[in-house]
Ligand binder design. Structure first.
Ligand code: PLP
Length: 442
């Protein structure tokens, strides 16, 4: 067979995905895989949702695309209305793009333009956190704090400061309360703003629940509120990157709702299109929009496919399905069941140090030894072995290495579709347990 796709890896062969059926992907050989991570926290409605498919067919028969330099479209307007109706306080406008990295790029550029519009051109610095992931385009990669992803492109990256993540399992000191720990690490933001000079800092970006690089780690209570206070005190914009944790994944449409904190900008993608269409969005406050409106009157940015009518129609249908079928409540209930099932299966496992997360967004951290929390030798590539063994078992999960510092540590991220059944949660833990046993024995 000719082989011309330049895939993620030049080595090895992947199975060919042929069909989707609910929570399963079926390959060309007929093997069925339970999609327990929605790929990378994407497929929140599974792979064959009838309502999303119908909405896409209908839109295709009317209009697939009209360039946003010439037209707006009904699905884009309707999608923006639905998002704003549910968005945190103060968020009033939606800028539609085609994925998470594009949303983050737009957030960083809009933050910069905002300060030009309001006459503070000296503000240009971004602060982010270590062990975060914000995307692979150069601006988003610069913001991300994962050493392995950044290292080879470092000479191309804009300068961004990285403070500590909020990573209780490893970083809360013995005898330190959860609250005190959260305040301590949040205060690193203030120290960094003061070190850089507050008048030069434009934005702080963080994932409310850290996904790919830490494995479903929520902030401890009080942390994000303290971050908001510090940003307000120094006039720094707060960007929440909810590309992975947003759109219902944690049991709230916006993950930050659970923390009771509203940012100035929010990026979303993944679950927004649920895999049916590539789409992302940047949501912004009235204050930012009004500053652009009162100033230059346009955001100096744009992509050919932004606001794509098919993508917007698909995402609009995804949001309708989430609301009409009561899926946020279901995510919370199934999330508790998943956590209980993981605890029952792995709570005493000698090589699982932590089981964490919110809703249907869960992470297991792998350790060589539970007491010392020592990591496995990175050369063993345990995360890759778990992924391969899981695929053999007919399970899609999302293991990753470098959890601790970009080099050491392994975790497994789980993000099953919101429609996962109780029986499928049992199937998930059974297959994961067998895959882990095989990976550890190899
Ligand atoms: N931000 C976060 C938090 C992500 O998890 C990701 C992808 O994993 C991105 C941004 C980049 O999104 P995309 O891969 O759609 O460009």
């Amino acid at each position: 067979m000719p082989d011309h796709v330049f895939g993620r890896s030049t080595r090895g062969r992947l199975p060919t995905a042929a069909r989707g059926e609910g929570c399963y992907i079926i390959d060309a050989g007929g093997k069925s895989y339970l999609d327990a991570s929605g790929g990378a926290a994407v497929s929140c409605l599974g792979h064959s949702d009838p309502d999303v498919r119908a909405a896409l067919h209908e839109q295709l028969d009317r209009l697939a695309f009209a360039h946003t330099g010439f037209f707006t479209s009904e699905p884009a307007e309707a999608l923006a209305d639905s998002l704003i109706a549910a968005a945190p306080e103060g968020i009033e406008r939606v800028y539609l793009v085609s994925g998470g990295s594009e949303a983050v790029e737009a957030a960083i550029k809009l933050a910069r333009q905002y300060y030009l519009e309001i006459g503070q051109p000296q503000r240009h610095r971004v602060i982010a956190r270590r062990q975060s992931y914000h995307g692979n385009t150069l601006g988003a990669l610069a913001a991300g704090g994962n050493l392995w992803r950044r290292a080879q492109f470092a000479p191309l990256l804009a300068e961004v400061s990285h403070i500590a993540p909020c990573y209780e399992y490893r970083d809360r000191a013995d005898g330190e309360s959860q609250w005190d720990y959260g305040q301590r690490v949040a205060n690193e933001l203030e120290a960094e703003i003061e070190r850089l000079g507050p008048e030069t800092v434009m934005a702080f970006i963080a994932e409310p629940v850290v996904g790919a690089t830490l494995g479903a780690v929520p902030a401890v209570p009080g942390y994000l509120k303290r971050i908001r206070e510090i940003c307000d005190r120094h006039g720094v914009l707060l960007i929440f990157d909810e590309v992975m944790c947003g759109m219902g994944r944690t049991g709230h449409l916006f993950a930050c709702d659970e923390d009771g904190v509203a940012p100035d900008l929010i990026t979303i993608a993944k679950g927004l299109g649920a895999g049916y269409q590539p789409i992302g969005a940047l949501l912004v406050s009235k204050q930012i929009y009004d500053a652009v409106d009162a100033g230059s009157g346009f955001f100096q940015h744009g992509h050919t496919y932004m606001g794509h009518a098919m993508a917007a129609a698909g995402a609009g249908a995804v949001l309708r399905v989430i609301h009409e079928r009561g899926l946020l409540a279901q995510v919370r209930a199934r999330g508790d069941q998943l956590q209980d099932a993981l605890q029952a299966e792995f709570g005493q496992h000698p090589h699982i140090g932590d089981i964490r997360g919110r809703g249907l967004f869960r992470g297991l951290e792998l350790v060589a030894e539970r007491d010392s929390k020592a990591a496995f030798d990175p050369a063993r590539k345990l995360h890759a072995r778990v992924k391969a063994a899981a695929m053999e078992e007919g399970l899609i999960c999302y293991p990753m290495g470098g959890t601790i510092d970009g080099a050491r540590g392994d975790h497994i991220l789980l993000a099953p579709p919101f429609i996962v059944s109780e029986a499928q949660i049992g199937e998930l833990t059974g297959k994961l347990s067998r895959a882990l046993r095989r990976a550890l024995a190899a």
